[in-house]
Design a protein around this ligand. Sequence first.
Ligand SMILES: *Cc1c(COP(=O)(O)O)cnc(C)c1O
Length: 364
Amino acid sequence: MKKYNFNAGPCVLPKEAIESTINAIRDFDGTGIGLLEISHRTKGWERIMAETRQLWRDLLNIPEEYEVLFLGGGASTQFFAVPANILNKKAAYLQTGVWAKKAMKEAKNFGEVELVASSEDKNYTYIPKDYTIPADADYFHITTNNTIYGTEIKYDMDCPVKLVADMSSDIMSRPVDVKKYAIIYGGAQKNVGPAGVTFVIIRKDILGKITDRQYMNPIPTMVDYRTHAAEEERNISMFNTPPVSSIFVMHETLAWLKNLGGLEAMNKINTKKAETLYNEIDRNKLFVGTAEKEDRSIMNVCFVMKDEYKELEKEFLDYATECGMVGIKGHRSVGGFRASLYNACPQEAVDALVKCMQDFEAKH
Ligand SMILES: *Cc1c(COP(=O)(O)O)cnc(C)c1O
C-alpha cells in the first residue's frame, strides 16, 4: 500500500533527490567511484560544495556579506556555538518551546541570559507578542518554527540587536529577508536534506568581537565560525571532512526546489497544504487544533481529539496507519497527532489524510 510520510524529522525528501543520490552512490560524477568513497579534496566534490552554497544564495537571496557554512553536530551544537561566538555579556531569548529552552540553557554557560517572554504557561501553544527586546543584549534568539507544538513566527521581525534564528524546521519553506538576521541556523533534516549536516548563515562582521569573556575564549577552533568562514572565503568551505553524502542529498533537494520555482512557489504550495488540513481540523466534529489560530505553523500541524471523543485517539491512529499514514503520532508533550507538511510532502498526501479523517468521522 502507498505510504504517506508525515514524519517530523528526518523528513520526507523529493523522490528525484533520492534517485540521483542512489546513482551517485554507485558512481559519482562519472569517476567510477561511489559518493561514499570519494575524497572531499577532488575537483568534482569541490564543484558540488560550491554549487550547494550557490543554491542557498540563489534561493534565499543571501547578500555578499554573509557566509553559508555546512557543519556537523546538528542544530543542538549551534545552541552553544552561537553564544561561544557572539555572547560577550548578555543575550536575550524568546522561549517558544523546548528547543528554545535548550538553546537558552547552553547560553547561560557564556554570560547573562534574559528570558524576554515565554509561552510555557500554555504548553507553548502560542507565540508571545508583547515583549521588549533589551537594547543592551548582544543578540536576541528566536525559534521561528516550533516543530513540537506547531507554532510559527511567519515573518521577519525588526530587532534592535542582532537577531539569531533557529530555522531548523521552516528554512526554505518561504522567502526570508536574510538581512534582518545576524545568524540563521538549523539541522538540515527537517526540510532541506537528511540528518548529518547543519547550515549556518552568518553575517561576517559580527565575528571576532569576544573581548570581555573568560570562558571559551579563545574559542575552540572547530566551534569558531571564523575557521569555517575563512575556508569559504578561499572557496573551499572545508576546514575538515564535511558530511559528504548528506550535503549531496541537500544539493539534489535544493536543485529540485529551484526547479519547482524557488521559495515563492514553494510557499504557495505549502500554504495550500496547510490550509487543506487546518480547514478539515476546524470542520471535523472529532478533532481540534492545539495551536492558537494566528500562530499556526504551515510546517507542523498539531491536533487532538476533542474532549468528548478522547477515547477514540488510539482507534484513529490505528485507522490512519491502516490507510498508509506514517509519522502522525503527536509528540509526547502535546499528545494527539502531528502531521509535518515539509516541502517534499505532496498535496496528495494531505488530501489522503483529510479523506482518512472524513471516513473516520463518518464511522462515528
Ligand atoms: C529538531 C530541532 C532541533 C534539534 O536539531 P538536531 O539537528 O537534532 O540537533 C533544534 N531546533 C528545532 C526547531 C528543531 O526542530
